[in-house]
Design a protein. Structure first.
Length: 130
């Protein structure tokens, strides 16, 4: 059973197939510097055991699907330098176990959702721009 999957510098990767949600044993997913990735598959919410997700330097990523709140085991989420990301993932307030969040240098991000206060386990929050 696959528990960790890394896509480092897959600069031409534009999309992930829907079947990706079938990797239900996955605990860590790194998609660092996948510059051409524009959207994440809807099957993301099926990764209920996922504890760490890193989408940093995915410059073309514009949105993360609504099912994001289904990642109830998520403890660490990094998405720094996602320059095209316009909205925070819907359902982020449901991630009550989230301990670390970094969304630094996301210049297109316009607002933080109202339910952000629901992140009661949050220990580290990184938000900066230079």
């Amino acid at each position: 059973m696959l528990e960790e999957l890394n896509f480092f510098k897959c600069r031409s990767l534009e999309e992930i197939p829907e079947g990706f949600g079938g990797l239900t044993s996955l605990k860590k997913l790194d998609m660092w510097e996948c510059e051409a990735l524009e959207a994440f598959p809807l099957g993301l919410s099926k990764l209920s055991r996922l504890e760490e997700l890193d989408l940093s330097l995915c410059w073309s990523l514009k949105e993360i699907p609504e099912g994001f709140g289904g990642l109830t085991s998520l403890k660490k989420f990094d998405m720094w330098e996602c320059e095209a990301l316009e909205a925070f993932p819907l359902g982020v307030s449901k991630l009550s176990g989230l301990e670390e969040l970094d969304f630094s240098k996301c210049p297109s991000l316009k607002e933080i959702p109202e339910g952000f206060g629901g992140l009661t386990s949050l220990k580290k929050l990184h938000v900066w721009e230079y």
